[in-house]
Design a protein around this ligand. Structure first.
Ligand code: HEC
Length: 411
């Protein structure tokens, strides 16, 4: 009798928690339906995801997270295993050379994906890293609750977090050019707006902290008065020999090092965090937060409301967030835009807008197996009738593109 009372109490408690999460999501969606693009409620949600991760003095809060190479490894990480230190191997490193080439943009940056313990355990327990498991789920998994005729992977637990981080190499002793994106930088509406097209660079100085103007050349362009910036203004990671060797085996990271330093990365250099994406599958379409470094981080709408719990070097990052592909509408009444200049600005316009008009949720909503093209950029609500990503018989992969594309070696 006592036991059943306890069960009833626990069930009631869980029910109310689930209800609370659902209703707060509904409240948020209701509120942002009528709010300006910089909805305060939405932005508070965005910062709340970053606050637990933004722990000084370094990336300590995420250093125990699992790397993409561990997620897709044949064998699970043993309890007593010596793990490769943070940040692990760069994006695509778990794949073969042919597939890895797909990860190299014309102007790459050093990129990693990190999964917290909840995300790692869920993916490993359900064997979602295996091609044949995804094929099986596409036939017999549970029906997708939103799109008719599709199935879905077992939903990620709400405590799961997935982060994508991007780093720029800096020479410890000298000055290294670093491109900076400004909102007015819409230089090439039709083409790629990757970092080689941005109007401004600063010079990050690992030796001399003086912040005067300097002359510098970057990607074939000369900048007469680039602003000097101290290394202290970044979240950073020292490069030892092991990390330098790992990264220089990766063609994308190698290309980034040559663009920044005009030489391979070496021990004694520093990686500075220039951008990151952080997603939580907390309710509805999840929360999609993104951040990027800026030399004037308190100017403009992306940094003005930064809470004090985000401290130290983490205060130099701007933030934007999306929980929906449409709401809150922009000032021109078009669907909500949310992008990171380091990750999405490079996407060209395929008819509906370029990466500078993209929205995390619109694109990640389409993540499904077998892999389908993630470009061109689309805008607004999903178009299940015409979009091949929503064709019946496909398997939705919890909005994670990485899961839709398990490395070829494991097939
Ligand atoms: C046009 C499509 C597109 C848009 C827009 C986009 N992403 Fe992604 N995202 C991808 C693809 C494709 C990958 C996989 C990258 C890889 O493995 O090379 C990815 C990877 C990620 C990952 C790592 C986990 C995963 O899904 O593989 C996170 C987290 C993420 N994106 C967050 C965001 C956030 C936050 C935004 C908005 C600010 C955003 N993305 C916008 C296509 C997109």
């Amino acid at each position: 009798m006592r036991l059943s009372l306890l069960v009833v109490a626990v069930v009631a408690l869980c029910g109310s928690l689930v209800y609370a999460a659902g209703s707060s999501q509904e409240q948020l969606l209701g509120a942002i339906a009528h709010s300006p693009p910089e909805s305060q409620q939405l932005r508070r949600r965005g910062w709340s995801l970053i606050a637990p991760v933004a722990k000084l003095p370094d990336t300590g809060a995420v250093s125990g997270w699992y790397n993409e190479a561990e997620i897709f490894a044949r064998e699970a990480v043993a309890d007593n295993a010596t793990r490769r230190p943070f940040p692990g191997r760069p994006i695509g490193a778990a794949a073969g050379p042919g597939q890895r080439l797909q990860h190299i943009a014309d102007a790459p940056v050093i990129t990693f994906v990190h999964y917290n313990g909840d995300a790692y355990e869920h993916i490993r327990r359900h064997r979602l890293y295996r091609d044949e498991r995804l094929a099986e789920l596409a036939r017999s998994g549970r029906p997708d609750p939103v799109y008719a005729g599709l199935r879905e992977i077992p939903p990620l637990p709400s405590g799961a977090r997935v982060m994508m981080s991007a780093w720029w190499p800096v020479a410890a002793g000298g000055g290294t050019p670093l491109p900076v994106w400004d909102p007015e930088d819409v230089a090439r509406p039709g083409g790629s707006n990757d970092y080689t097209s941005w109007r401004r660079v600063v010079v990050v100085d690992g030796g001399d902290p003086a912040e005067g103007a300097r002359a510098v050349t970057f990607a074939g362009r000369y900048f007469a008065t680039a602003r000097g910036i101290s290394l202290e203004r970044f979240v950073r990671l020292p490069v030892d020999r092991g990390l330098a060797e790992d990264l220089m085996e990766d063609s994308g990271a190698r290309k980034a090092a040559f663009l920044a330093l005009a030489r391979p990365l070496q021990a004694g250099d520093v990686l500075v965090l220039v951008a990151f994406h952080l997603m939580a599958p907390d309710a509805g379409a999840g929360t999609w937060t993104t951040a990027w470094w800026h030399d004037r981080p308190d100017d403009g709408v992306f940094g003005a409301d930064r809470p004090l719990v985000v401290s130290g070097a983490w205060r130099n990052y701007l933030m934007d967030v999306a929980v929906d592909p449409v709401r809150p509408l922009g000032r021109d009444a078009s669907p909500h835009i949310c992008f990171n200049p380091w990750f999405e600005a490079k996407f060209p316009d395929g008819g509906q807008g370029n990466g500078l008009q993209s929205n995390c949720v619109n694109c990640h909503e389409r993540a499904s197996y077998p892999l389908t093209a993630f470009l061109p950029v689309r805008r607004g609500a999903a178009d299940p009738v015409n979009d091949p990503a929503f064709a019946p018989g496909r398997l939705r992969t919890g909005r994670l593109w990485s899961l839709a594309n398990p490395p070829a070696e494991l097939r």
